[in-house]
Write a protein that binds this ligand. Structure first.
Ligand code: 5GP
Ligand code: ZN
Length: 114
């Protein structure tokens, strides 16, 4: 998708602080962090929401979470805990329609989320 913000960051057409990159996944720092650590783990492929995931994407979706866990481990978040979030659709707070896993850490998180 040529005009998608996250596709453009992945292609380095827009600035973004990239913290992980491999063949299929890029992770960046969120521009408006909601916690001391707030990263976004993105598939390089443009998938709009979880609802658009196809059977052939299942390994990729699993990888988003294993990359999130690796980044959490690297940042020393495991002992205190951290949160991974996928917002789907406007009612759930999705604002960028390129699937992403939020990795939030470094503070206490309450349940249920707002
Ligand atoms: P959503 O609301 O779709 O779950 O999450 C989108 C996230 O992307 C938000 O946390 C927002 O701060 C972040 N975001 C929006 N635009 C940009 C951008 O241009 N660069 C980066 N790094 N993050 C962005
Ligand atoms: Zn995209």
């Amino acid at each position: 998708m040529s005009d998608c913000i996250f596709c453009r960051i992945i292609r380095r057409e827009l600035p973004g602080k990239i913290v992980h990159e491999d063949e299929t996944v890029t992770a960046i720092e969120d521009i408006r962090p909601q916690a001391p650590v707030h990263l976004l783990v993105l598939p390089k492929a443009h998938i709009e929401t979880l609802g658009a995931v196809k059977p052939e994407d299942e390994a990729l979706i699993g990888k988003l979470f294993s990359v999130a866990a690796k980044l959490a481990r690297e940042r020393g978040l495991e002992s205190r805990g951290y949160r991974t979030v996928v917002n789907n659709g406007s009612g759930a707070g999705q604002t960028v329609y390129h699937l992403h896993v939020h990795l939030l850490g470094g503070r206490v998180f309450h349940w249920p989320p707002g």
